[in-house]
Structures are given as structure tokens and as C-alpha cells.
Design a protein around this ligand. Structure first.
Ligand SMILES: [Zn+2]
Length: 292
């Protein structure tokens, strides 16, 4: 019975929508499929969806020890990678799939996972100019381990075109992109701005942006940017928070109220936010693929 119930839950969510209106609800179903699962369950959910789409993937396991002055911690994990196209240069699109223990991990980052699955579903038959590596990163919350491992093992300075990270994309109608500046987004940002103009969406870019897997690429000097979708005004609030401004309670970013808590479940996510992240990222990818 348990196996049957699991199969039924896994099957929900796999049906490519033809109607644009159906994209958001479909992505939300994918979030419902992954939220609240164990680390292994989250991995299995992703690979189940990829097999159902008949899309080949590979896994990258890592096993490392984190040494701090106080203790040694063993960190193990497994990234899941889908490669589309075979061009000379590589575009990396990533989202972490791990969640903080005790949190269902719906907005952080079930939404990013759902958008990646949706983009694979809708774009895997396209012919690409470049190679696109779509990576579900493990162990972001522990210290960006999955992306650090990926950068060390799978990137090359000559081939790397840009990395696009998705984290926290499930609530609101404001696209928040960052961290802008430092010289590692000079070629991706004009593309990101063009995509936002084409979409006519509310768009905020900031130098101050919360940490996520894009930082592993930044640390290696590789072109990168990260995308969130947040409630109106939250981009400014998050930037102030990251900058370290003193902020009173009313001005705390809305997304931080549930993030990393037992309340981060799909009931507070909106299909329109997920659909916006999907449409925007799709445009950025298509524009980026058309450049050298
Ligand atoms: Zn996150």
C-alpha cells in the first residue's frame, strides 16, 4: 500500500501543460511532490520525474569532511545533472534541492526544483547552440557543498558561459536578481535586463543578494547570477538585510518569516510566482543561448 501511495504521489505532476495558464498550477504540484520529504526522498522525486520524462541524467556523489576549529563534520551528497545540447560553451542552470532539517522546504527551494523540472520538460527537445547543464545541487544549506564540488569537477574556464541560480521563487510578483557587480555578471546582466523588459515584469537588481550556490561560481571567478521571485518590496528589504542595515521588525523581508521553519510549506506559495520564474528563466536561457 505504501509503495502504491508513493507511486501515485510521484505520478502527479508529470504532465506537460500546453495551456500557459496551466504552467503555474503544474509547477505547484511539483513543489507539493517534493516538500516535506527526507533528503533521499527529495532526490528520488527528482530522478523519478526525469525518468518519467525520458530525460537522461547523471549523478555526482561527494563525500567530504568539513573541519572547523571546533569539530569535524562529514558531508555527503549527490548532485543530479541533466545535459542538453553539445555546444562548445556551457551554460549552467542550477537550484539546490536540499532543505533545512525540520522545514518542508517548499519555497526554499522546492520552487526552484519545480521550475528546473518544468524547464527540462518544456525545453529538452529544443536544439541548443551551447551545452546546457541543469544541476540539482545537494547540501547548499550546509555550506554550498554540492555547487563547490560541481565547480571543482565539472567546469572549465574556457567553456563556461554563465551560471544561473534559482532560489526562493515561490511567492510574489517581483523578480529579484543579484548580486550585481564585481565584474562576474557583465555579459549576463544585459541579457537578464532584456528578458525582464520583454516580459514586462516587476524587476529589481541589487549588489546585495542572499548567499546561494551562485557564490561557488563567483568564488571561482566564473560568470554567474541568481534569480528569486519575492513579494513586492522584498527585494529592497532583502538587500538592506544582506547589507547589514539595522531594520525594525515591520521591515523584515516577508520571505524570511517562513524560510528554514516548519511553516515553509506549499500552502503559502503561488502558482503565478512559479510561472513568472519559469517564463523569465526560459527567456534568459533562450537569449543567452543565442549569444556566443
Ligand atoms: Zn535556498
Amino acid at each position: 500500500m505504501i509503495v502504491l501511495a508513493l507511486l501515485i504521489t510521484f505520478i502527479v505532476g508529470f504532465s506537460p501543460p500546453d495551456d500557459p495558464e496551466a504552467v503555474g498550477p503544474w509547477l505547484l504540484e511539483l513543489v507539493r511532490g517534493i516538500e516535506g520529504r527526507s533528503p533521499e526522498g527529495r532526490r528520488q522525486y527528482i530522478t523519478y520525474q526525469l525518468r518519467a520524462m525520458d530525460v537522461p541524467y547523471r549523478t555526482m556523489t561527494f563525500d567530504t569532511t568539513l573541519v572547523t576549529p571546533r569539530r569535524k563534520t562529514r558531508i555527503t551528497g549527490e548532485n543530479i545533472v541533466v545535459s542538453l545540447g553539445s555546444g562548445r560553451r556551457t551554460i549552467v542552470l542550477g537550484a539546490h534541492f536540499d532543505a533545512v532539517p525540520g522545514s518542508p522546504g517548499a519555497n526554499d527551494n522546492g520552487g526552484g526544483v519545480a521550475v528546473l523540472l518544468g524547464l527540462i520538460q518544456s525545453m529538452h527537445k529544443r536544439s541548443w547552440n551551447h551545452r546546457v547543464d541543469i544541476v540539482f545541487f545537494d547540501q547548499e544549506e550546509e555550506g554550498l557543498f554540492g555547487s563547490i564540488f560541481y565547480v571543482q569537477r565539472a567546469t572549465s574556464r574556457e567553456r563556461h558561459r554563465a551560471m544561473i541560480n534559482l532560489d526562493v521563487v515561490g511567492v510574489g510578483d517581483e523578480i529579484f536578481v543579484g548580486p550585481v557587480g564585481e565584474g562576474d555578471d557583465d555579459t549576463i546582466m544585459p541579457i537578464v535586463r532584456k528578458a525582464s523588459r520583454e516580459l514586462g515584469a516587476r524587476f529589481q537588481e541589487h549588489a546585495f543578494y542572499p548567499g546561494s550556490d551562485h557564490l561557488s561560481f563567483a568564488d571561482a571567478g566564473l560568470e554567474n547570477i541568481s534569480i528569486s521571485v519575492v513579494p513586492r518590496g522584498d527585494a529592497d528589504r532583502l538587500a538592506a538585510f544582506v547589507r547589514g542595515d539595522t531594520i525594525d521588525r515591520q521591515n523584515l523581508p516577508i520571505v524570511l518569516r517562513t524560510m528554514h521553519t516548519p511553516q515553509d510549506n506549499s500552502s503559502h506559495l503561488s502558482p503565478s510566482a512559479l510561472a513568472l520564474a519559469f517564463e523569465f528563466t526560459k527567456r534568459v536561457l533562450i537569449l543567452l543561448d543565442s549569444t556566443n
